[in-house]
Design a binder for this molecule. Structure first.
Ligand code: NAD
Ligand code: TYD
Length: 350
């Protein structure tokens, strides 16, 4: 019976990974460790919280003593590490928090895993979840592969790049059985509305301005979050020690085109005349150091582990919009209080 620690399981991607593992592997014990920052929300896990193979621990990965204790108490076979500060704009405003959680938190987990496993790594695995943003910014052409040189440009991506290096260092130096993946932008249900897609949905719903940075020409490669969770399942079980796998949707969109598509979908869903939502589009001051384009070559994962994205973007976006419209209470809950202050601060000077 495997016992797996999943960090950051109350966040966007983490909650999808927890849901998948808890349902698919009733014989595993899944422990979710999450500090419940502004981005962590146990409402995301309501449907599985009573399952006998699931346990939640509230705890901060920057607390080395606590992490050591949790590893001593639980004797995990595997770790899937997602806990992170994840928003680029927040990293520009407050970089130190990203170093603390993303770099130091990862090092504490690596240390605790190594200490708890001693020299016996048989059947053990430390899986680190990372981002394509570590590779920097592409021009109009080309793709990131697993051998693309790291070139992070935001405090967020610099902290994730640093954590990736530490994970690989524990593999080479101590033989810790690690595996990594670097994924493109995710979308789907339960994403905190500071990120582009849920922010646009929420603003359209409220007939508020849609802030598009710069000219909206930046390109992102969007992946359905459940496809990411599935890739994580495949890599956790069948990836090779010491390897990195890129995960992407082969689905590049300029921000402005994506925003127009969302406007059309929302006009349909809300019964508004076509063109109503597009009038809300407002071009605002660009993000500092805004990466132009991300695009992933995921052929290694496809060829070696037979993973491929499952759903078309238009279908995934419709499902996403449906979820946000059906879960008004969730949206109201997470956009009140502290988030409102963040939003006012972040967008007032743009
Ligand atoms: P998120 O911000 O929605 O969730 C992060 C979770 O981590 C939250 O539940 C939060 O409470 C928890 N957390 C934060 N700091 C913590 C700490 N110090 N101790 C314990 N828990 C803490 O993030 P997400 O979008 O779900 O991303 C999850 C992971 O996937 C991150 O490592 C991120 O870098 C990576 N990633 C995200 C994307 C994306 O598009 N969202 C793409 C590629 C990779
Ligand atoms: P985001 O969802 O923050 O993800 P990332 O920066 O990690 O790719 O942003 C996606 C794209 O949308 C990015 O190019 C920045 C842009 N963007 C806006 O134009 N307006 C916004 O209000 C936000 C949050 C993002």
């Amino acid at each position: 019976m495997a016992k797996i620690l999943i960090t950051g399981g109350a966040g966007f991607i983490g909650s999808h990974v927890i849901r998948l593992f808890v349902r698919k592997y009733p014989d595993y014990r899944i422990v979710n460790l999450d500090a419940l920052t502004y981005a962590g929300n146990l409402e995301n896990l309501k449907d599985i919280e009573d399952r006998p193979n699931y346990t939640f621990i509230k705890g901060d990965i920057t607390d080395a003593g606590l992490i050591r204790q949790i590893f001593t108490d639980h004797r995990f076979d595997g770790i899937i590490h997602l806990a992170a500060e994840s928003h680029v704009d927040r990293s520009i405003a407050n970089p130190a928090a990203f170093v603390e959680t993303n770099v130091m938190g990862t090092v504490h987990l690596l240390n605790a895993a190594k200490a708890s496993w001693g020299d016996n790594f048989a059947g053990k695995r430390f899986y680190h979840i990372s981002t394509d943003e570590v590779y920097g910014s592409l021009g109009e052409t080309g793709f990131f592969t697993e051998t693309t040189a790291y070139d992070p440009r935001s405090p967020y991506s610099a902290s994730k790049a640093s954590s990736d290096h530490f994970v690989r260092a524990w593999y080479h130096t101590y033989g810790l059985p690690v595996v990594l993946s670097n994924c493109s932008n995710n979308y789907g249900s339960h994403q905190f509305p500071e990120k582009l897609i849920p922010l646009v949905i929420n603003n359209i719903k409220n007939m508020a301005e849609i802030p598009v940075y710069g000219k909206g020409e930046n390109v992102r490669d969007w992946l359905w979050v459940e496809d990411h969770a599935h890739a994580i399942d495949v890599i956790y079980h069948r990836g090779k020690d010491g390897e990195t796998y890129n995960i992407g949707g082969l689905n590049e969109w300029k921000n402005i085109d994506l925003v127009h598509l969302l406007c059309q979908i929302m006009d349909n869903k809300l019964g508004r005349a076509q063109g109503t939502s597009a009038k809300l589009i407002t071009f605002v001051k660009d993000r500092a150091g805004h990466d132009l384009r991300y695009a992933i070559d995921a052929s290694k994962l496809s060829n070696e582990l037979n993973w491929n994205p499952s759903i078309q973007f238009e279908e995934g976006l419709e499902k996403t919009v449906d979820w946000y419209l059906a879960n008004e209470e969730w949206l109201t809950h997470v956009t009140s209080g502290a988030y409102k202050n963040y939003y006012d601060q972040q967008y007032k000077q743009r």
